[in-house]
Design a protein around this ligand. Structure first.
Ligand SMILES: CCCCCCCCCCCCCCCC(=O)SCCNC(=O)CCNC(=O)[C@H](O)C(C)(C)COP(=O)(O)OP(=O)(O)OC[C@H]1O[C@@H](n2cnc3c(N)ncnc32)[C@H](O)[C@@H]1OP(=O)(O)O
Ligand SMILES: CCCCCCCC/C=C\CCCCCCCC(=O)OC[C@@H](O)COP(=O)(O)O
Length: 270
């Protein structure tokens, strides 16, 4: 009779085995809850180490997040490490499919590198607080003139404090199996700081993560770090062509590593 008490315990493994929808929601809830917990543990560590908001806290965040991929059944295949072996400030740009991108970001995040995020993230409980402690720059996308001036100030800080910045130039998450046209902020930033741009491309998540179909399987993500694009001597006049050039390079790599063939009529930047 006592064995009956074990039945509810069997429900979770049985559902896991039989329902892909259950796995989808379970993994998503686990991800959010676990990141919240990791952030809660990281907050006092950051405060003790740096006494407050400091880019050095990104080392703690990076260390804390690195193992999360194992729980979600994700693997990263990374190439192009040599392109990150460059001293001084630079701007990393990458495509943005989901909050899962944070896992890939923490696989390759260089020292003294933080990111630009929408200001709403600041209110995401312990995750928001740890982002603030890590020196993440928050922008208000609804007030683009404010966002631009924050990014201009960031270019100055980048040079003064010798920091690197990771920007998602699509400006939003996108899982349409392609890369959205780029916003120009990241390119203005790089030109204003006269710092090189290092593009990083994440392969499509569509072989393991399908939001509509409610599937979240195990999978491998290819991360390709591309050669830097110099901005020395460029001015704001050159931003549009710099943006187009970066988009073209990243889109063709995205299609290649996602197993798709290039279509000539993809989203245009104009
Ligand atoms: C243990 C721990 C667990 C927890 C773990 C935590 C993990 C810790 C990692 C978190 C990770 C977060 C990840 C978040 C990820 C996002 O939140 S993504 C969303 C936020 N990020 C972005 O939006 C960045 C990209 N956006 C931009 O750069 C946009 O350009 C801006 C600045 C928002 C402006 O937007 P816009 O006005 O709509 O767009 P845009 O077409 O670019 O610009 C319009 C005009 O302004 C001009 N312009 C744009 N920017 C500038 C500028 N800076 N200066 C002068 N002119 C400019 C353009 O040239 C353009 O003019 P034209 O050339 O057409 O004449
Ligand atoms: C008290 C509020 C609770 C909110 C709970 C949400 C907390 C999130 C918890 C765990 C996820 C950890 C990774 C956090 C970083 C992900 C940031 C992100 O991907 O933001 C979305 C933004 O790029 C684009 O947003 P939109 O698609 O334009 O909108």
């Amino acid at each position: 009779m006592e064995v009956l008490w074990l039945l509810p315990l069997l429900v979770v493994p049985i559902l896991f085995w039989t329902s892909t929808t259950f796995v989808f929601y379970f993994k998503k809830c686990f991800y959010v809850a676990y990141m919240m917990l990791l952030a809660m543990i990281s907050i006092p560590m950051c405060i003790v180490k740096s006494g407050g908001r400091d880019i050095e806290n990104m080392r703690i965040i990076r260390f804390m997040v690195r193992h999360v991929k194992y729980f979600l059944g994700l693997r990263f295949e990374i190439s192009g490490w040599e392109h990150l072996q460059t001293g001084g400030p630079y701007v990393i740009i990458s495509n943005h499919q989901s909050s899962i991108d944070v896992l890939g970001m923490m696989e390759v995040l260089p020292d003294r590198c933080t990111t630009i995020a929408k200001k709403e993230l600041l209110w995401a409980g312990t995750v928001g607080m740890v982002c603030w402690l890590g020196g993440i720059v928050f922008i208000n996308r609804k007030k683009t003139s404010d966002a631009k001036s924050v990014m201009t100030d960031t270019a100055k800080i980048m040079l003064h404090d010798k920091i690197r910045l990771w920007v998602f130039p699509e400006g939003t998450r996108n899982q349409k199996g392609d890369i959205l046209p780029f916003k120009k902020g990241a390119f203005h930033l790089a030109v204003q700081a006269q710092a090189p741009i290092i593009p990083i491309v994440f392969s499509s998540y569509s072989n393991f993560y399908l939001r509509k179909e409610k599937e979240f399987k195990s999978g491998t993500i290819t991360l390709k770090i591309l050669p830097k694009i110099e901005t020395k001597g460029l001015t704001s006049e050159d931003v549009s062509s710099l943006c187009d050039r970066s988009y073209d390079v990243m889109r063709s790599v995205f299609l290649e590593i996602s197993g798709q063939t290039s279509q000539s009529n993809g989203p245009s930047n104009h």
